[in-house]
Write a protein that binds this ligand. Sequence first.
Ligand code: C5J
Length: 251
Amino acid sequence: MLRTKRPDESGRGRHECLRHGDGGGYRVTKIISVEAEPYSFEFSAATCALLIIDMQRDFLEAGGYGAMLGNDVSQLRRTIEPNQRLLAAWRAKGLQVLHTREGHRPDLSCLPLTKKVRGRSAISIGDLGPMGRILVRGEAGHDIIPELYPQAGEAVIDKPGKGAFYATDLHTILQNRGIRQLIVTGVTTEVCVNTTVREANDRGYDCLVLEDCCGSYLPDMHEAGLKMIKEQGGIFGWVSDSASVLTALGY
Ligand code: C5J
């Protein structure tokens, strides 16, 4: 495939011509440009997916794991509405969506002992809570919140670690679907979002993280997590917000 960019154009509405080897036909792909830091993030609809990280009841709802550990879930719940708006717009354009869930097999065979005991908390992964066994696949608390529930055709990646690429088929799915760019949202900013963005970066994906669609129980960690992504010329990726993506999509 041969790619030619029109040299005089930049930003919104720019087009890229993709010429296919057989037959020499051209397909014109619109480049969508989102205002972002450290500079604009560009993607084409066919090669970009929305990746929503761990918007699970155990992290976001009263009675879930996060709340049982004494965290203020409102810090995460403020991300629900912007995620809903973005997801609705993304779906309406027919673009690709993937969701992740952090959790473990019921026999806990994919749960390292280190993760089970870290924090020395009275309750830990696998214990029984108000929404079933904490972060165990198949339990109510492990599932995605109803407000952002996956639709048919949207891949749900069950991950045992913080990063969505570790011990999952996410990379294979993205490769098979021709995805090269990810718009990443979800919780928590400094843990699973950051780990996933770093893993994606090392695998050759460009990631745009949306600050209003990501959250942390600890606001200063949210800020730090975003800063680490966009510093040094975007060492791990870009940071923007949902309004900028919606504007770029023509809403
Ligand atoms: C955490 C996550 N914080 N999804 N998980 O343990 O960030």
